[in-house]
Design a protein around this ligand. Structure first.
Ligand SMILES: C[S@@+](CC[C@H](N)C(=O)[O-])C[C@H]1O[C@@H](n2cnc3c(N)ncnc32)[C@H](O)[C@@H]1O
Length: 290
C-alpha cells in the first residue's frame, strides 16, 4: 500500500485503488470525504476544494490507517469513533450499534406526534441516539434511557454530555419484568424502543462487517421467539405507560404483522397501526393506550 505524495488528491487516488472491488465508487467517495472531513476538520461538502493541499506526516498516517481498516471491512463509524444522527454527533464504539437512518425516521415520527407529551422512556438506548435526539429537539421532554449494557450506558452518558442534554440513565433488563419495574421509576407518556430483533439463525444473512463488528447483544434475540422483546415491552406498558400515552417501535419488516397482532391482542390500546419507512418497508408501530 503506497501513497504517491502527501497531496490530498493522491490520497483520494489511493483510497480508490485500495478499496475498489470491496466497495462501489459512490461508497468510496463518501468514505474518503468523511475521513478527510473528520481528521482534517474540513466541512464534508468542501473536501473536493482541498485536492491540492498537502498534509503532514501524522495526518497522513491517520488517513492511511483508516483506509487499511476499511479494507478489512471495519465500519467507518467505528474507525472514526463517530456517527451522525438527527443532525447530532454521537460517539460510537464496539459496545453500541451504529445508529441507522430508519431510526432517524422513528425519531421524526415521535417528535411530530408527541408535542404535548412530557415524559419519555427509551428502552435499549445503545449510543443514546433516540433518547438524546428527543431531549435535544424539545427542552420540555423529560427523557429516561435504559439498557442492559453498562458499557452502552457509559457511551450514551458521554453522548448526552457531548450534546449538552440532561437525561436519566438506568441499567436494567427489560426481559425481567419485576427487575425492570423496580429499577425504572415512575410511568411515562411515551415509550419508544428499537430492540434487538434478529433471530440467531438469520445471522448468515447479515453483512459480514455487521456480524464481525457490531455488538451481538444489540442485534440478536435468543431462542425461538423472534418478537420476545416486543412482547415484553408491550406487557410492561400495563404499568409503565400512562393512560392516553403512546408506544413506538422500530420493527423487523418480517415480523411486523406478528408484533401488531400481539399489541392489539393485549387489549391495552385504543389505536394501533404499522407505518412504512422511506424505502416502503413496514418499519414502525405506533399505538395509543386507552
Ligand atoms: C437494536 S439496539 C438499539 C440501540 C439504539 N436504541 C439505536 O436505535 O441505535 C438494541 C439495544 O438493546 C439493548 N438490549 C439488549 N438486550 C436488552 C435487555 N434484555 N434489556 C435492555 N436492553 C437490552 C442492547 O444493548 C442495545 O443497545
Amino acid at each position: 500500500m503506497r501513497v504517491a505524495s502527501n497531496q490530498l488528491k493522491h490520497m483520494s487516488d489511493f483510497y480508490h485503488r485500495e478499496l475498489s472491488g470491496i466497495y462501489n465508487e459512490g461508497e468510496i467517495n463518501a468514505m474518503y470525504q468523511n475521513a478527510i472531513s473528520h481528521y482534517l476538520h474540513i466541512p464534508y461538502a468542501e473536501v473536493h476544494k482541498h485536492a491540492n493541499d498537502k498534509i503532514n506526516q501524522s495526518e497522513l498516517i491517520l488517513i492511511y490507517d483508516c483506509c487499511k481498516k476499511l479494507r478489512e471491512q471495519q465500519p467507518l463509524q467505528y474507525i472514526l469513533g463517530e456517527a451522525f444522527f438527527y443532525g447530532l454527533s454521537f460517539n460510537v464504539n464496539a459496545h453500541v450499534l451504529i445508529p441507522r437512518p430508519e431510526t432517524e425516521e422513528l425519531v421524526d415520527i415521535v417528535v411530530k406526534n408527541c408535542t404535548g407529551k412530557k415524559t419519555f422512556l427509551d428502552i435499549g438506548t445503545g449510543s443514546g441516539c433516540i433518547a438524546i435526539s428527543l431531549a435535544k429537539y424539545n427542552k420540555q421532554f423529560r427523557v429516561t434511557a435504559c439498557d442492559v449494557s453498562d458499557q452502552a450506558l457509559q457511551t450514551a452518558a458521554l453522548n448526552a454530555q457531548k450534546n449538552k442534554v440532561e437525561l436519566k440513565f438506568t441499567e436494567t433488563n427489560v426481559l425481567n419484568k419485576t427487575e425492570f419495574e423496580t429499577q425504572v421509576n415512575g410511568s411515562f407518556d411515551v415509550i419508544v424502543s428499537n430492540p434487538p430483533y434478529i433471530k440467531e439463525e438469520e445471522a448468515t444473512q447479515l453483512l459480514p462487517n455487521v456480524m464481525a463488528h457490531e455488538p451481538h447483544l444489540a442485534l440478536f434475540v435468543k431462542g425461538s421467539d423472534d418478537i420476545l422483546f416486543y412482547r415484553k415491552i408491550t406487557d410492561i406498558c400495563s404499568t409503565k405507560l400512562n393512560s392516553g400515552g403512546s408506544l413506538y417501535f422500530e420493527l423487523n419488516p418480517l415480523t411486523a404483522q406478528k408484533v401488531l397482532e400481539y399489541v392489539e391482542a393485549s387489549g391495552q390500546f385504543k389505536t394501533c397501526e404499522l407505518l412504512k419507512d422511506l424505502s416502503g418497508k413496514t418499519r414502525f408501530l405506533q399505538a395509543t393506550k386507552h
